[in-house]
Design a protein around this ligand. Sequence first.
Ligand code: ZN
Ligand code: ZN
Length: 343
Amino acid sequence: MDSTMRCARFAQQNGELELAVVPVPKITQTNQVKIKVYSCGVCHSDVLGKYGFPGISWPRIPGHEAVGRVLEVGSAVTRFKVGDKIGVGWFGGHCATCNPCLDNEWVCCQKGQVCGIHYDGGYAEQMIAPEDACALVPEELDFKHSGPLMCAGITVYNSIRQQDIKVGSLVCIQGIGGLGHLAIQFARKMGYEVVAFSGGADKRDLALKLGANHYIDGSQPDAIEQLTKLSPKLIVTTSPSAKAAESLLPALATCGKFLLLAAITDPMNINPLQLLLKKQSIVGFPSGDSRDSEDTLKFAAINNVQAMVEVFPLEKAAEALGKMLENRIRFRGVLSIVPEDQL
Ligand SMILES: [Zn+2]
Ligand SMILES: [Zn+2]
């Protein structure tokens, strides 16, 4: 077996993503799984591997949408065996003893690890992850479409399913990008009536093709009025603009939920009296853990939910990440580590 492998990594903080040949990783703990990576999604947050994140060290191989097959398992691993098709998403492991873990909120673990940040991720031919970070991937899903489901996909599916909104209710998905194009598909397949809300008339056809029942062009002056008439029980915001998000709040139905999924860093203007009088709530949601990934992947396989992807070879990892960061990919970039014809 090869003793070295190809990867793309950040050699140091603030350095560019560079190609390298490094020794293959070795299992050092009994709970670890060694994965032959077939493909890995490219995510905006991979750039945190460049600029920094609490607990990171360099050199670091990014990639938290890795999908492949098990090459080897540590002696304490019970859930996986050699050859299993598995993936690792943003959730990279939990401590099992902190308060959030004891509350079964693994993704909020105070000592939680992130794949591609706290240990090397999927921009490589092989990687090692703890067992609890790994999710089984259904055989009927192909590699390149599975990775994005473990980040963008799990975020929308897992958050929407936990809001207790009755099937058949109207759900608004704001933004048609990496998160939004999956949220429209998932929400429709979960049994909701879906209105897609985005800027420009040109997105209408795509929104309807993805399964939206209605489309509202947010650039029109009466857009909020149109949305208010539909009275959504759930508004899912996926674009990282505080202003765009807060403008939708007046349209929320009584007892509605306003779900924030994008990483908005600016303060938002909200009307607490509206929340009080209409029994509404604002909810944030961080994605999910490996168990939620398995549910997401299974749901996607059964219901034919598919990410729109643009595929790059590993050698073009820097170009792929650059295009993602400039929003020039519709909608998720994926690195093919093993070419499809060699699977
Ligand atoms: Zn991500
Ligand atoms: Zn914990």
